[in-house]
Design a protein around this ligand. Structure first.
Ligand code: FDM
Length: 192
């Protein structure tokens, strides 16, 4: 959105591996901004409520099988079908907190071996976030957190590849990386 006037809302995206705690943090940020009196909405992608979203949901639950390129384009289409609503919300002053966005699309598909530039192409023209918060947890720690729910991508070996793909996408201008490997930071504090 080129309109950077104070009246428009901010587009804030949270990204990270499965089980990194994104959904809880999105909820906390939402409550916090609401308490400050801001107009704020919490969104997520995939949005499983649309027709495209239902196809994605069935794919993730292993109830249907799709070519890697085809599912990639469906994830992207799921963002495109929400683009105009997103723009009008932002223009009318509502801040949007989004649980996953284009970066998930590129990180997860390129972790399967698809070409990164090919993965990025259908995202061109979607609204650019003002801030991306990446919750950085090691894949091993994420896997320890109460186990995965059994969806298609919730496997340690695959999540390790996704973590590498995310690192390659990280852009210092809009990304803030929050380290969640508490035990590691704690050891560092004790040793310093
Ligand atoms: N995912 C999510 C993708 O592979 N591409 C995308 O574009 C998006 C938005 O879908 F494993 C993956 C990431 C995750 C899965 O996400 C479902 P949630 O956050 O668990 O619903």
């Amino acid at each position: 959105i080129s309109d950077k006037s104070e009246s428009r809302g901010a587009l804030i995206v949270l990204e990270g591996l499965d089980r990194c705690g994104k959904t809880s943090q999105c909820g906390r940020l939402h409550s916090y901004l609401e308490e400050l009196g801001l107009a704020v909405e919490l969104w997520r992608f995939p949005d499983r409520n649309t027709g495209v979203g239902q196809m994605i949901s069935s794919y993730l639950a292993n109830k249907s099988h799709l070519d890697d390129h085809a599912i990639h384009l469906l994830f992207s289409a799921n963002r495109w079908e929400k683009r105009s609503l997103m723009e009008s919300k932002l223009r009318s002053g509502t801040t949007l907190i989004i649980d996953r966005y284009s970066f998930s699309g590129v990180a997860f598909s390129s972790a399967k071996g698809l070409d990164v530039e090919w993965c990025k192409a259908p995202e061109a023209g979607l609204l650019a976030p003002d801030l991306v918060v990446y919750l950085d947890i090691s894949p091993e720690k994420a896997a320890e957190r109460g186990g995965y729910g059994g969806e298609r991508y919730e496997k340690l070996e695959f999540q390790k590849k996704v973590a590498q793909s995310y690192k390659a996408l990280c852009d210092d201008a809009t990304w803030k990386v929050v380290s969640l490997d508490w035990s590691f930071s704690f050891v560092n504090i004790i040793n310093s």
